[in-house]
Design a protein around this ligand. Structure first.
Ligand SMILES: *[C@@H]1O[C@H](CO)[C@@H](O)[C@H](O)[C@H]1NC(C)=O
Ligand SMILES: *[C@@H]1O[C@H](CO)[C@@H](O)[C@H](O)[C@H]1NC(C)=O
Ligand SMILES: *[C@@H]1O[C@H](CO)[C@@H](O)[C@H](O)[C@H]1NC(C)=O
Ligand SMILES: *[C@@H]1O[C@H](CO)[C@@H](O)[C@H](O)[C@H]1NC(C)=O
Length: 353
């Protein structure tokens, strides 16, 4: 009888010990996971990833290492609309220059962006300049509308190449050229697309403690391979790029760079064979300059996640197919009636999938 009661007591203490250790282990596990996801851990993973890129040098090829003395890819297009004084107004100080690759016909998207996520010219006391980069079109009426838009907003830059998908690399070079000619004082440059939601507050906060030279950051592809199926928008035949991997590059919808880079990138781009995908081309240039793009969680994988208060609140940039909802989300963000708080932990956790 006594013996049996003793075992029962013993079993109870064993069970409570197990529960206690289980709770302790859970708390420790969650804490470690939290630290790992939000701080040093994620940096270690990225460092390891970039180190292995460095070590393997899988992307040394004629696009990244070619030592052409003369310009094999000269950018001899002229600015039709230059807005030379855009960065000079008021005072000369510019913290962030935003270059948006925009399709001439996307008048409505530009309007939405100007009204919402790119509306502010001063964030956290730092001056921001936004310009839209367009090429020429064969449509006279559209060209007239763009000239009108330019008169109203004074934020359109146009060069005389034909604005097509496979000329986006020329648009990239145009942006780098314009930034180095007319806005060399910008501390940082953001390259984006016209169907992207930017959170300038978070971007400015991140950049306030970012390196000021040789820094590129966005959603990084480290081991992207060329698409070899002919139906794809990104199809690249082996005759154009015979290698297995691209160098690391930031997906073009949104990435930031330090203000020294536009000049260097424009210079080096003229010595690299023309390549139709502008973000991969940027990767060639960065590789040649020995600048490794840095991944930041807030640059969401294109197509990721919902348009929600917290996703917008915690991100740097999100690419949406449904841009129509942006104005509504924007006003909700501004008013923030419920004073919601968003969990950074859940946001980071979800970024892994
Ligand atoms: C733009 O394209 C049109 C039609 O192709 C052409 O006539 C015009 O000269 C071009 N404009 C500039 C500034 O190159
Ligand atoms: C451009 O603006 C002018 C004057 O404001 C107007 O008469 C003209 O219709 C506009 N053109 C287009 C294509 O919107
Ligand atoms: C790029 O622009 C140039 C200059 O306007 C034009 O001749 C060329 O056809 C365009 N390339 C593509 C692929 O559209
Ligand atoms: C995110 O939400 C918080 C809490 O509502 C708000 O104070 C903050 O300004 C928001 N930040 C951004 C960058 O939207």
């Amino acid at each position: 009888m006594i013996h049996r009661r003793c075992t029962a007591v013993h079993r109870n203490t064993v069970r409570s010990k197990v529960i206690k250790w289980f709770v302790v282990a859970c708390i420790a596990g969650v804490t470690i996971l939290y630290l790992f996801l939000t701080g040093p851990g994620i940096r270690m993973v990225h460092f390891a990833a970039s180190y292995s890129d460095n070590a393997r040098l899988h992307t040394v090829n004629r696009f990244t290492e070619a030592k052409f003395v003369y310009a094999i890819n000269p950018h001899h297009y002229n600015l039709v609309i230059a807005e030379e004084n855009k960065c000079e107004q008021k005072d000369a100080y510019v913290f962030l220059l935003v270059l948006i690759h925009s399709k001439p016909s996307h008048i409505d998207l530009r309007k939405k962006q100007r009204m919402t996520s790119l509306r502010e010219t001063n964030v956290r006391g730092k001056r921001i300049i936004v310009v839209y980069l367009v090429g020429n079109t064969t449509n006279k009426n559209l060209n007239d509308r763009i000239f009108n838009e330019s008169h109203v907003y004074r934020d359109i830059i146009m060069e005389d190449f034909l604005d097509t998908y496979y000329n986006l690399t020329n648009k990239f070079m145009m942006g780098m050229k314009w930034a180095s000619l007319y806005c060399p004082q910008a501390k940082y440059v953001l390259k984006g697309d016209d169907d992207v939601y930017f959170n300038l507050h978070n971007i400015v906060q991140m950049l306030s403690s970012a390196p000021s030279v040789n820094f590129i950051s966005g959603y990084v592809h480290n081991y992207a391979k060329p698409y070899r199926n002919e139906g794809s928008k990104w199809y690249i035949p082996e005759s154009v790029y015979p290698y297995k991997y691209y160098p690391p590059f930031c997906v073009g919808y949104a990435y930031v760079m330090s203000g020294d880079l536009p000049r260097k990138l424009f210079q080096v781009a003229q010595h690299i064979p023309f390549f139709p995908l502008d973000d991969v081309f940027m990767g060639f240039c960065a590789r040649k300059l020995n600048v490794l793009p840095v991944y930041k969680v807030g640059f969401r994988r294109p197509g990721w996640g919902r348009l929600s208060f917290c996703n917008l609140n915690l991100s740097y940039a999100i690419h949406f197919s449904d841009y129509q909802q942006i104005p509504k989300m924007w006003s909700e963000q501004q008013s923030n009636l419920d004073d919601k708080t968003c969990s950074r932990f859940i946001y980071y956790l979800r970024s892994l999938f």
